[in-house]
Design a protein around this ligand. Structure first.
Ligand code: APR
Length: 241
């Protein structure tokens, strides 16, 4: 069966006004990632990390899904059961666009997680209140529901399942800095990369090449402008032409 695997990154939400991480004005330009997104940073200063995610949660409250989010949400409905969308993004723009099945590999900003029972619960765009208790077990050790560097990302198991069962790989708006999209693209005969900027990678010959050289199709555009071309490629692929 023909199936589409979509892996998206911060570039998918850039046109909604949500900052990426490694672009010139990216989040990691103004924040020390090891202080606000690592287990060491969390152990050293829980309050700073909580404040960081409270600020990012408040930031997305005023953001709207963009055209690419809308198109991908429609695709999910049109190809239900024949498409899996894995996102590295922790924002809720896909859900705001109507998507119901997106797999958040790095967690979700609008949820909090209990460190005692590991259950999550929705907090919307509100700041995590000091002293908040877990609605499931009553414990008071609550944290952001975001995967930090240095800890496991259990949802990554979906990546391997998606590679095994899909026939077309689409990477949208990710630098490949955390999830190696080149290795994934090598597993596919058919693949699409959407990114307005060519990102470098190192080949096995220790030679600098570009990530887009490992993809069948490279659309060097912003996600929103790339949707028509993406839909045409998907249509051709799914129709078996
Ligand atoms: N449309 C498509 N792609 C875009 C757009 C856009 N409008 N704007 C920027 N991009 C591209 C950039 O060129 C870059 O290749 O999106 C990519 C964003 O890369 P990163 O900022 O590294 O974000 P991402 O790949 O999602 O980071 C992966 O790193 O820090 C961790 O947990 C964090 O999930 C994140 C992970």
């Amino acid at each position: 069966m023909k199936k589409i695997m979509i892996l998206s990154g911060a570039g998918l939400s850039a046109e909604s006004g949500i900052r990426t991480f490694r672009d010139h004005d990216g989040l990691w330009e103004n924040h020390d990632v090891m202080k606000v997104c690592s287990t060491q940073g969390w152990i050293a200063d829980r309050k700073s990390v909580t404040d960081f995610y409270n600020a990012r949660r408040a930031d997305i409250a005023s953001k709207e899904p963009n055209h690419a989010h809308q198109v991908l949400a429609r695709l999910e409905r049109e190809y239900r059961g024949r498409m899996i969308h894995l996102t590295q993004n922790i924002d809720n723009m896909m859900e705001q666009a109507g998507a119901q099945e997106v797999v958040h590999l790095h967690g979700t900003l609008t949820d909090l997680r209990c460190e005692a029972c590991l259950e999550t619960f929705d907090v919307g765009y509100a700041a995590q209140e000091p002293g908040i208790s877990c609605p499931h077990c009553g414990a008071k050790r609550i944290r952001h529901n975001v995967v930090m560097f240095g800890e496991a990302a259990p949802a990554y198991s979906h990546i391997y399942e998606a590679i095994r069962s899909s026939s077309l790989f689409v990477a949208i708006g990710t630098s490949g800095a955390v999830i190696d999209i080149v290795s994934i693209a090598k597993e596919f005969k058919h693949s699409v990369l959407i990114d307005p900027k060519r990102q470098e990678t190192v080949s096995i010959y220790d030679k600098y090449t570009y990530i887009d050289e490992y993809f069948e199709h490279y659309i060097a555009k912003n996600a929103g402008d790339a949707m028509d071309e993406l839909l045409a490629i998907i249509q051709t692929h799914m129709d078996g032409r």
